[in-house]
Design a protein around this ligand. Structure first.
Ligand SMILES: Nc1ncnc2c1ncn2[C@@H]1O[C@H](COP(=O)(O)OP(=O)(O)OP(=O)(O)O)[C@@H](O)[C@H]1O
Length: 582
């Protein structure tokens, strides 16, 4: 059973064991709820028999008081065990699920994040895990517990009188059948509701993230209208879904109530015929009041378990994704980066890089240039193993990078991208991310070299100032300088720069350039540049155009060719002389 639960609900080994325990404690608690019925039966028997058969009544009151206290004690202990085994275990399982999902996300290639958007992932980690938590603590143990506890109770009732037991219990399989019969319909609406909800949540997230651009393009109203439409569709589908589940569960619960009528009807007939005595009749009436109540709740739990299974399906989709793995102990022979006939596409059927071969040597600056969309950023991201290539090989120091653990591999890189990511923390801690064990002095030295001092000194708490979510309180140039300080602090053997100084003013640019020149000494540097003057001093230029290497060589060699590089240099020289008045 543990294995079944583990697979069915995508639980951890411990989680499945805990759920197993929870089911048994729920079963035991449900059975113990019938103890008072048993005691009442014995009491009534002792009270009624002298009335019907004559004779004196010798009621052993203390025995019943003792039995009742014992039943209450057992109930208390079982409830306590059930509480511990369900609630505490389910919270720790849910915490483990969230942590293991987050761990998994860390190891997934970026290609996965292109297929699933952020709101989808946050929904999986937050609300899907919460739903499985509720299923673990309530729906599943209560449902299976109620069904299992019915077995001994049913056997007991059949032993007392099989015909009355039939009249009482026949409705149960029919009621469950009603809920099972509508499972497909419930699943269909469940999936649609989830999809529409994600579309809506995604819309809200997109709105918040892009509010600046939406306002700038005066699209606020039309965007909100679009969002309202998404909400209306979600509302409509979820109401329909709730209606289907509601109708199915309520009809099944109503059907259960027919059991009371058939018990009363059959009991009256059998009593009139004299085939059962009044006491038996009475005990079945009491049993009817006890048996149906937990079962009615179970029908609701059953529908909730169906919905949980859909959620588990979504979580399993993430868990089944192939992760990026590799060796954590790798020896590199130097730090040359070599692309050998590399082919890559983000989506099947398209080509972003094809047969790309070049070498970026250690101690040299290799610049990637070329028309927009040519594949420069893609090549740099592939170098950092953000994605895995489909054809060819990329090596660092002679080692195929697809064989190296991505996190270990990234220790070799200092990266400065244009889209800098900052965290809602102090300036100091944002820079320290480059080297977590760096001393404050090291952080300050890197910040100084990256020209951060100038703007940080104007901040209210200097390097201890919080910079807001993703550095919202900073300008583009300031963000870029923090990112450069991080790279300087990390001081890794390979440096990837994507227009690292694009957002700086001329004065700061030349200061930061000199800091970068210090940083790149004897390192492997791969730089993307749109401004040709940035790469005029590079050791090697690789021109990427439409996913192919169109030209490669020193700037001098390429200037001699009538190719793309020369054309770009000439165009930019011309544009520098261009002024607003023409
Ligand atoms: N994450 C992504 N998912 C899907 N396609 C992408 C992704 N990133 C880039 N592309 C596509 O890959 C191609 C190459 O893009 P890439 O950003 O590498 O070019 P680039 O030379 O760096 O362009 P630019 O100079 O404009 O930055 C483009 O057609 C782009 O649309």
């Amino acid at each position: 059973m543990t294995n079944y639960l583990k697979n069915k609900f995508a639980l951890s080994e411990q989680g499945a064991k805990d759920l197993h325990k929870a089911i048994w404690s729920c079963t035991a608690t449900d059975i113990s709820l019938m103890f008072p019925v048993g005691i009442l039966y014995l009491l009534l028997k002792e009270l009624c028999l002298p009335l019907f058969n004559g004779g004196s009544m010798e009621l052993n009151l203390w025995m019943y008081v003792g039995l009742s206290v014992l039943a209450l004690g057992i109930l208390f202990v079982l409830e306590y065990i059930q509480y511990n085994s369900t609630f505490l275990a389910s919270y720790s399982e849910s915490a483990n699920q969230r942590i293991s999902l987050a761990e998994l996300l860390r190891k997934l290639p970026l290609s996965f994040f292109g297929k699933r958007d952020l709101s989808d992932l946050t929904t999986t980690i937050m609300s899907d895990c919460a739903m499985v938590e509720t299923a673990f603590s309530h729906y599943i143990p209560e449902l299976i517990g109620a069904v299992l506890s019915l077995i001994p109770v049913g056997i007991g009732l059949f032993v007392i009188d099989w015909s009355m037991a039939l009249a009482l219990l026949w409705v149960i399989p029919v009621a469950f059948f009603i809920v099972f019969a509508t499972k497909k319909l419930q699943d269909g609406f469940g999936r649609r509701t989830k999809a529409k909800k994600l579309a809506y949540v995604d819309g809200i997230q997109e709105y918040i993230e892009n509010i600046k651009d939406i306002k700038a393009s005066n699209q606020n109203r039309s965007y909100l209208r679009n969002l309202e439409e998404k909400l209306a569709v979600f509302e409509k589908v979820s109401i329909k879904g709730e209606l289907i589940t509601g109708i199915s569960v309520t009809s099944a619960q109503m059907f259960l109530k027919i059991g009371i009528a058939t018990t009363v009807l059959a009991g009256s007939i059998f009593l009139a015929k004299g085939s059962i005595d009044f006491l038996t009749f009475l005990i079945f009436l009491i049993a009817a009041s006890r048996v149906y109540e937990p079962l009615a709740a179970s029908l609701q739990n059953l529908a909730a378990v169906f919905s949980t299974l859909l959620t588990v399906e979504r979580m399993r989709e993430i868990r089944n994704q192939p992760i990026q793995e590799g060796s954590e102990q790798t020896e590199y022979k130097g730090y040359d980066i070599v692309f050998e006939h590399v082919g890559f596409s983000y989506h099947r059927g398209e080509t972003v890089l094809e047969d790309v071969s070049f070498t970026a040597k250690q101690g040299e600056v290799t610049a990637l240039v070329g028309p927009s969309g040519g594949g420069k950023s893609t090549a740099v991201k592939l170098t950092a193993r953000f994605w895995d290539i489909q054809k060819g090989k990329i090596t660092l120091g002679g080692t195929d990078i697809s064989t190296v653990d991505p996190e270990t591999y990234l220790k070799n890189f200092s990266i400065v991208f244009q889209d800098v990511v900052l965290f809602n923390n102090t300036v100091m801690e944002n820079i320290r991310l480059g080297k977590l064990n760096a001393t404050d002095e090291e952080v300050l030295a890197a910040a100084k070299a990256a020209q951060c001092d100038e703007f940080v000194s104007k901040m209210p708490k200097g390097y201890q100032t919080m910079i807001g979510e993703n550095g919202s309180a900073l300008s583009g140039g300031e963000r870029q300088r923090i990112s450069i300080a991080r790279a300087l602090l990390k001081n890794a053997p390979v440096i990837l720069l994507d227009e690292a100084t694009a957002s700086l003013d001329v004065e700061n640019e030349s200061l930061v350039q000199s800091a970068i020149s210090e940083l790149i000494k004897n390192k492997t540097v791969l730089i993307i540049a749109h401004r040709m003057r940035t790469v005029a001093g590079a050791d090697k230029i690789v021109v990427l155009s439409e996913g192919h290497v169109a030209e490669q060589g020193t700037p001098k060699e390429l200037m001699k060719q009538e190719g793309i590089y020369r054309h770009m240099v000439e165009l930019q020289t011309e544009s520098q002389n261009w002024a607003l008045n023409g």
